[in-house]
Design a protein around this ligand. Structure first.
Ligand SMILES: Cc1cc2nc3c(=O)[nH]c(=O)nc-3n(C[C@H](O)[C@H](O)[C@H](O)COP(=O)(O)O)c2cc1C
Length: 308
């Protein structure tokens, strides 16, 4: 293994050799040395979750269930956090976006300055509905003669096995039209928010700010309109795909996240992904255990500041 790793690292430095022309030797060494260290947990995880042609697809222990009965997939995807008793806030249907996709792709930038006014309920409906909403459905039955057909819903972003293990929490920092500051959970099937935690009357920016290591000079959370946290409900996917399913959950948050960034751009909003959060502070804020469901990504979204 060590020999293979040494070989791998040599190959890496050869691959990156052209960078030598632009980097000082000392910088270049630092760059290549900051690959995985021997025994690094990230490398072990990656190696151990590779699909290879000699052991086939190392699926999870319950994978057979999924193959034999597709309705298991439905049941698994329906295992969402139970916030049924929390007040439901309906969102307006998304408004049409008439910006060509190539314009949006070219103009998207991480925008770190936001105006201090909050997003309206209608803007949230447009953002969340287009980026994350239900876009189709299909009836699936365990077998052809089964009466137990279930309707499976599909969303705007791709999901391994359509299990949708990524959950979305919206922390509203500042009051916008008809939405009070606090913590909400997005329910794509209902296109609605569950109100989980009420903030102070006019601001929820302090609890959000406490979750981040970002210096105010880089990003000022007290100015933010909404902070969206994505969590991974890992067992929903690892039950089928085993440990490799963890990768799928992270990938999926990237697909959903890019949808959010592009829709925000098409709406003329300011959005930026923010990875520098203190995990367990966020998990505590969201009221999740940090093990079976844990924060994996976040972004901040608001209005762009007025042109001066
Ligand atoms: C996974 C990920 C994490 C990021 N975390 C932060 C962050 O914590 N703070 C920040 O200011 N920008 C963050 N960004 C934004 C990047 O700095 C930004 O995407 C990059 O500079 C490229 O610029 P662009 O998005 O405007 O094209 C992050 C981006 C990604 C994809």
């Amino acid at each position: 293994m060590d020999v293979e790793l040494a070989q791998l690292r040599r190959t890496m430095s050869e691959t990156y050799a052209p960078a030598r022309t632009t980097l000082l030797d000392s910088h270049f060494a630092r760059f290549t040395d900051r690959s995985f260290r021997p025994g690094d947990i990230a490398e072990l995880y990656h190696e151990n979750t590779k699909y290879t042609d000699h052991d086939g697809l190392a699926l999870g222990e319950s994978a057979g269930l999924f193959t034999d009965d597709p309705s298991i997939e439905y049941a698994q995807a329906a295992m969402v956090p139970d916030y049924e008793d929390r007040p439901l806030v309906d969102l307006p249907e998304p408004e049409a976006l008439d910006v060509p996709i190539e314009t949006v792709l070219k103009s998207r930038r991480s925008r770190r300055t936001h105006s201090t006014d909050g997003l309206s309920r209608s803007e949230l409906g447009t953002l969340l509905g287009h980026a994350l909403g239900v876009t189709g459905e299909r009836s699936i039955a365990p077998s052809e003669d089964s009466f137990n057909a279930v309707t499976k819903r599909f969303r705007a972003y791709a999901s391994g096995g359509a299990l949708y293990p990524v959950e979305f929490y919206v922390a509203i920092g500042r009051a916008g039209e008809a939405l009070s500051p606090g913590l909400y959970y997005y329910v794509p099937e209902r296109h609605a928010l569950r109100h989980l935690d009420a903030g102070e009357a006019d601001s929820y920016t302090e609890p959000i700010d406490d979750c981040f290591a970002t210096p105010a000079a880089v990003f000022d959370h007290t100015e933010t309109s909404i902070t969206l946290f994505m969590t991974g409900a890992f067992p929903r996917t690892t039950a089928k795909y085993g440990p490799r399913g963890y990768r799928f959950v992270l990938q999926e948050s990237g697909y959903a996240g890019q949808n959010l960034l592009l829709v925000a751009e098409a709406m003329g909003l300011a959005a930026v992904p923010l990875a520098s959060f203190y995990d367990d502070r966020v998990n505590d804020l969201l009221g999740i255990d940090g093990v079976n469901e844990a924060v994996i990504a976040s972004m901040s979204i608001g209005h762009r500041p007025e042109e001066t």
